[in-house]
Ligand binder design. Structure first.
Ligand SMILES: CC(=O)SCCNC(=O)CCNC(=O)[C@H](O)C(C)(C)COP(=O)(O)OP(=O)(O)OC[C@H]1O[C@@H](n2cnc3c(N)ncnc32)[C@H](O)[C@@H]1OP(=O)(O)O
Length: 522
């Protein structure tokens, strides 16, 4: 089989829109991450439209957006893994800012590079790329009528100042379309409100929403790729209106079919304050696997999937057995995940249990605890009464700290003994189940980190039910641990146990199956 060289980022330069999807699919064989697709104005052979007339321009732009919508839908269905970014011609006089991803290869349907470089399509890219490889991708039937023409000058922006809002989490083709429309309809500036704080409160899998700063950067990069020179103002918003109801110079609002009502509410608010109404452009929704394409779906897709993290805190010397650190807040479902992993053949090291063992009567840790917390801690057998100890430490951060300082080193020793025992038994995979592994700084004892979680409120409810605690006590316990977001940020695998056990198990299966590919590489 012939060897195909892969490039991370490339551009596809086509002579026409005929066979566009097929050409992009073929080009995708050479490109692994990002594919830029410069598209001159859609050829419209039957039209003798005067493009400087505002209504006609609006119609052309609207039909272009519809065209993009179909394209993005097809890309999503056929090549879902590839980040395909459509580029429109740069306005004359605009500084051609570099693209956010450097183009390594041009895949072109022009037979040679000089024809490619002379084409109207290439002109969209020409000043935005450095050196690159060239691949000729023959196109069989090109009708002359549909060729991109030199005269296809793009007139962008039938409005001056556009505004758009959204969470823009895990950007997908639906966002691309919304932002493409924003970039196309405005000729001067574009205001983007990015949801944060209370607006994220009720989102499913809110814990997996990308950090605000990251979302803002991605939106900015995409808009700058599509429309360099457009003045951008990307702001965080904490209510559904943001600056759309205070900025006087805005003249159009871009919404999706889903957010149309919110857009109309913006106009009502503006009317109440005596401000001009915004022209509302409604963009179609792009269908995904389950009806519509959504960020919730994208967040769901992360569950159980391995992701690289900086290796700094992980075990430096890779050796058998391979150690998974499984952590998660109280009532995060960690124990049932560990049990399921045990049923799949993993050797489970339960650190809660090692903790109890570490201060059995007569051990050095037992004596240190009695010295530090007093004999009131002991039950009628002279053993440490964990219920009393829990009541003391979970309502007093300093006391919890003291307990940890005494107990963690002893648990760490017992854990190492268990790993050595697993090695003796020829075990391949150990799972260290430790509720506060990250707080204890034990990441350097494991090869990868799996984090189990449920939204905090669910954790509190589960804890109240399981341990018969008051809401306040349950809250105290949960807040004595690192929060979900901090743990998830460091996780190689994230598992959410919010739904039925079967769904949790599916996530575990997925993480477990891919685990062996990583172990083989050791
Ligand atoms: C680094 C580690 O993760 S080691 C494993 C955790 N153990 C420790 O940190 C040792 C200190 N803790 C203890 O000695 C005991 O947990 C006590 C005395 C506080 C409570 O004992 P018990 O009432 O029997 O509860 P148990 O040990 O089963 O732990 C109950 C919950 O407390 C939480 N918890 C345990 N230790 C800690 C701690 N140091 N800080 C915060 N939360 C903790 C766990 O999340 C656990 O929840 P889970 O059962 O949903 O996983």
């Amino acid at each position: 089989m012939a060897f195909v060289q892969h490039y991370r980022c490339g551009a596809v330069v086509l002579q026409s829109t005929v066979n566009l999807i097929q050409q992009v699919i073929k080009a995708a064989d050479f490109i692994s991450d990002t594919l830029y697709l410069p598209l001159p104005l859609l050829p419209n052979p039957s039209s003798d439209i005067a493009t400087n007339h505002k209504d006609t321009l609006l119609e052309r732009q609207t039909s272009y957006i519809e065209y993009l919508s179909n394209l993005f839908h097809d890309f999503r269905q056929i090549i879902p893994k590839l980040d395909i970014r459509v580029l429109v011609p740069i306005l004359p006089g605009t500084c051609p800012a570099p693209l956010s991803r450097p183009i390594e290869v041009i895949v072109s349907s022009y037979p040679d590079i000089s024809q490619t470089e002379a084409s109207p399509t290439y002109r969209i890219l020409s000043e935005r790329i450095l050196s690159h490889k060239y691949i000729f991708l023959p196109e069989t039937t090109i009708s002359k009528t549909y060729l991109f023409q030199e005269t296809d000058i793009w007139h962008v922006g039938c409005h001056k100042h556009a505004v758009v809002g959204g969470t823009f989490d895990h950007l997908h083709q639906g966002h691309y379309l919304l932002l493409a429309a924003t970039a196309l309809y405005s000729s001067s500036s574009c205001l983007v409100g990015v949801s944060s704080g209370p607006l994220l409160k009720d989102k499913v899998l809110r814990e997996l929403v990308e950090p605000l700063e990251q979302r803002c950067i991605k939106v900015k990069e995409l808009l700058q790729d599509m429309r360099p020179g457009l003045k951008l103002d990307i702001v965080s918003i904490t209510d559904p209106y943001g600056p759309s109801i205070t900025e006087t110079e805005l003249d159009c609002l871009i919404v999706s079919e889903e957010t149309l009502k919110a857009g109309e509410a913006v106009n009502r608010k503006r009317l109440e304050s005596g401000m001009s109404q915004l022209y509302i452009h409604k963009i179609p929704i792009i269908a995904g696997t389950n009806n519509k394409l959504s960020s919730t779906q994208q967040r769901n897709n992360i569950l159980g999937i391995y992701r690289e993290q900086p290796p700094t805190q992980k075990r430096k010397q890779k050796c058998m057995p391979y150690v998974i650190g499984l952590t998660g807040g109280t009532c995060s479902g960690k124990t049932s995940i560990a049990t399921y992993l045990g049923s799949k053949g993993a050797y489970i090291i339960n650190c809660d249990r090692l903790g109890h063992e570490s201060y059995k009567s007569g051990t050095p840790t037992f004596h240190r605890l009695v010295e530090s917390f007093g004999t009131s801690l002991l039950d009628h057998n002279g053993s440490i009464d964990r219920k009393s100890l829990a009541n003391i430490v979970f309502s007093d951060a300093d006391k919890l700290n003291l307990l940890n300082q005494i107990v963690w080193p002893a648990i760490a020793d017992l854990m190492q003994e268990c790993i050595t025992e697993a090695l003796r038994e020829g075990v391949k995979v150990c799972v260290v189940d430790a509720a506060v592994m990250l707080e204890a700084g034990w990441e350097d004892n494991v090869d990868e980190l799996w984090v189990a979680f449920v939204p905090e409120n669910h954790g509190i409810e589960r804890l109240m039910q399981r341990n018969g605690l008051s809401e306040e006590t349950a809250r105290d316990r949960i807040s004595s641990q690192m929060n979900n977001e901090e743990k998830i940020a460091r996780a190689n695998v994230v598992i959410c146990s919010l739904w039925e056990q079967e769904i949790t198990n599916k996530q575990v299966d997925c993480a477990w199956d891919s685990l062996f590919e990583r172990i083989i590489k050791l």
